[in-house]
Design a protein around this ligand. Structure first.
Ligand SMILES: Nc1ncnc2c1ncn2[C@@H]1O[C@H](COP(=O)(O)OP(=O)(O)OP(=O)(O)O)[C@@H](O)[C@H]1O
Length: 446
C-alpha cells in the first residue's frame, strides 16, 4: 500500500507540513463507500456498512487540525488519466489501455456486460488489476508489481469522483451540507466549505434548495446536487457511470447541459460510461467502444459514430454497416446471405481492391421505389449504389417505416409514412433502392 503523504496546512499565518495520522481521510472514505454501495446495489457485490458522516466520518477538526488551522489547497496539477490494465471478475476478463487528458471527456460505450463498470471499478479503486497500472497525473493509483503484489492508493485518497445513476446523497444532510461534506473532510474550514458549497449550488441552479434534504428534492435535483458534491471535493478525475439513465428525458437533457457547461478553470479528465449515443455526442471529445472487455474502436466521437467499426456501434449510431471487399474502382462489394451482390461507392474516399472494407450509410438516406421487373439475373453486374430486395419485415420507425429485405437482412431502409403508403408496402413486395454516393462512407477494415 502506498504511504500517505504529508500535507501542507496554514496555521495562524504560517504554512507547515503535517504528517497524516493513520487514517486521515475517514470522511472521504465514507463518501466513496456510499458511492460504491450504489454500484454494488446494481451489480450485486457484497454490501458495505452504511456511512454516517457525523458518527463514522471525520471533520477537519476530527482530522487533527487545531482551531485556526486549515488545509492549504494545493491540488496537484490537473493531468492525464492513463489506464493500461487487465483484471478478472468471476469468469470475466478485461484488458484495456486508454488515456484521457485533463479537460477532455472520453465516452466509453458498450453492450451490457462488456466491462464498463469493471473499468470504472479499477480506476476508482474498488477492484485491483491483475496486471498493469492506473496513473493520474504524476500519481500511481494502482500498479501490479512483477512479484504479483499490488501497490494501491486507497479509494479515499485517489481524488477520483464517481457519479452513478443514483445520487446517493446523505439523507440526513441538506443539499448544502452534502456538498460541503467533501471539502470539510479534506480539512477545509466550515465557513469556507459552506461558502464554496453555496457557490456550487448557484452554479447548478439549486441555490433555493440549499436547506432541503434529499427526500425534499426531485430525482433530477438530487442528481444535480450529487454532481455538485462530486466536483466540490476538487477531484483530479471524474468518472460518470450512466449518470442520466434514471432521469426523465427533460431532466437528463438539463443535466447534460449542466455538465457540458462546466467552467474549465481546473480541467480534469472525465470518463463517461453510457449506453446512450446522445451523451457521447453532447459531452465527449472522444469515444471508445468496449466489447467483451476489449476496446474495439476509439477515436473522435464524430468519427466513431460516423463510421462505426462494429455492428454494435453501428446500431448505437443508428446507421447501416455493410462489410465486404474492395473492388477495382474503390467501391465495397457486399454479398448477402443468399449471394445477392450490392456495390456501395462513396463520393469521397476509396478502398484498395481485394481489401476487407466497410460502407456506412443512414437508413433514411436510401430512396425506395416499386420494382416491377423481378429479381436481376445472378450474372448481371451490380450497379453501384442501387439494389433490389424482397420485403421480409416492416417495423415502425420515427416518422415512418423501417424496411428489411431478404437479400440484405443486416441493412435497414427507412421511408417516411407518406412514401410507405404510396409504395403500398406489404411483406414480399419487391422494391428498388438507391442511395447517393455523397451519403455513403467507405473505409478499409484494419
Ligand atoms: N462482482 C462481480 N462478481 C463476478 N462477476 C462480476 C461482478 N461484477 C460484474 N461481473 C461480471 O463482469 C462482466 C462485466 O460486467 P460489467 O458490470 O463490468 O459490465 P457493464 O458493461 O458495466 O454492463 P452493464 O451495461 O450491464 O452495466 C459481466 O460478465 C459480469 O457478470
Amino acid at each position: 500500500m502506498l504511504r500517505p503523504r504529508a500535507r501542507r496546512i496554514r496555521c495562524h499565518g504560517a504554512v507547515r507540513r503535517q504528517r497524516p495520522r493513520r487514517h486521515p481521510h475517514h470522511a472521504a472514505r465514507d463518501l466513496h463507500r456510499l458511492q460504491r454501495r450504489g454500484r454494488q446495489r446494481r451489480h450485486g457485490d457484497r454490501p458495505v456498512a452504511h456511512a454516517h458522516p457525523r458518527r463514522g466520518g471525520r471533520t477537519a477538526r476530527h482530522a487533527g487540525l487545531a482551531r485556526g488551522c486549515h488545509a492549504v489547497s494545493t491540488p496537484p496539477a490537473p493531468n492525464r488519466l492513463a489506464v493500461d490494465v487487465s483484471a478478472s471478475r468471476g469468469g470475466f476478463t478485461i484488458e484495456v489501455a486508454l488515456g484521457v487528458d485533463a479537460g477532455e471527456t472520453l465516452a466509453v460505450l458498450g453492450p451490457n456486460g462488456s466491462g464498463k463498470s469493471t473499468l470504472l471499478a479499477i480506476i476508482a479503486g474498488h477492484l485491483a488489476p491483475t496486471a498493469g497500472t492506473v496513473r493520474l497525473g504524476g500519481r500511481t493509483l494502482a500498479a501490479r508489481r512483477d512479484d504479483g503484489r499490488v501497490d494501491e492508493l486507497p479509494v479515499e485518497r485517489r481524488r477520483v469522483a464517481l457519479l452513478g445513476q443514483e445520487a446517493l446523497l446523505f439523507p440526513h444532510l441538506t443539499a448544502l451540507e452534502n456538498i460541503a461534506f467533501g471539502p470539510r473532510a479534506t480539512g477545509m474550514r466550515a465557513a469556507d466549505a459552506r461558502r464554496d458549497a453555496l457557490g456550487m449550488l448557484e452554479r447548478f441552479g439549486l441555490a433555493e434548495f440549499a436547506g432541503r434534504r434529499p427526500r425534499e428534492l426531485s430525482g433530477g435535483q438530487q442528481q444535480r446536487v450529487a454532481i455538485a458534491r462530486a466536483l466540490a471535493s476538487r477531484p483530479d478525475a471524474l468518472l460518470l457511470d450512466e449518470p442520466f439513465a434514471s432521469l426523465d428525458v427533460q431532466t437528463a437533457a438539463e443535466m447534460r447541459r449542466v455538465i457540458a457547461e462546466q467552467p474549465s478553470a481546473r480541467p480534469i479528465p472525465t470518463l463517461l460510461v453510457t449506453h446512450d449515443p446522445i451523451d457521447a455526442i453532447m459531452l465527449a471529445d472522444r469515444a471508445a467502444i468496449l466489447q467483451a472487455g476489449r476496446i474495439v474502436q476509439e477515436g473522435p466521437t464524430a468519427e466513431v459514430l460516423g463510421h462505426p467499426a462494429t455492428p454494435f456501434a453501428a446500431a448505437l449510431a443508428g446507421v447501416n454497416l455493410a462489410s465486404g471487399i474492395g473492388t477495382a474502382d474503390g467501391s465495397v462489394e457486399v454479398i448477402g446471405p443468399s449471394g445477392a451482390r450490392l456495390v456501395l461507392r462513396g463520393a469521397a474516399g476509396a478502398v484498395e481492391p481485394g481489401a476487407r472494407a466497410s460502407a456506412v450509410f443512414s437508413p433514411g438516406a436510401v430512396h425506395a421505389a416499386r420494382a416491377d421487373d423481378g429479381p436481376p439475373a445472378a450474372s448481371a453486374p451490380p450497379v453501384p449504389n442501387r439494389w433490389a430486395g424482397t420485403v421480409t419485415s416492416l417495423q415502425s420507425a420515427p416518422g415512418g417505416v423501417r424496411i428489411v429485405t431478404a437479400e440484405h437482412p443486416g441493412l435497414a431502409v427507412d421511408v417516411p409514412s407518406a412514401a410507405a403508403v404510396s409504395l403500398g408496402l406489404v411483406a414480399d413486395a419487391r422494391l428498388a433502392f438507391a442511395i447517393a454516393g455523397s451519403d455513403v462512407s467507405v473505409r478499409a477494415i484494419d
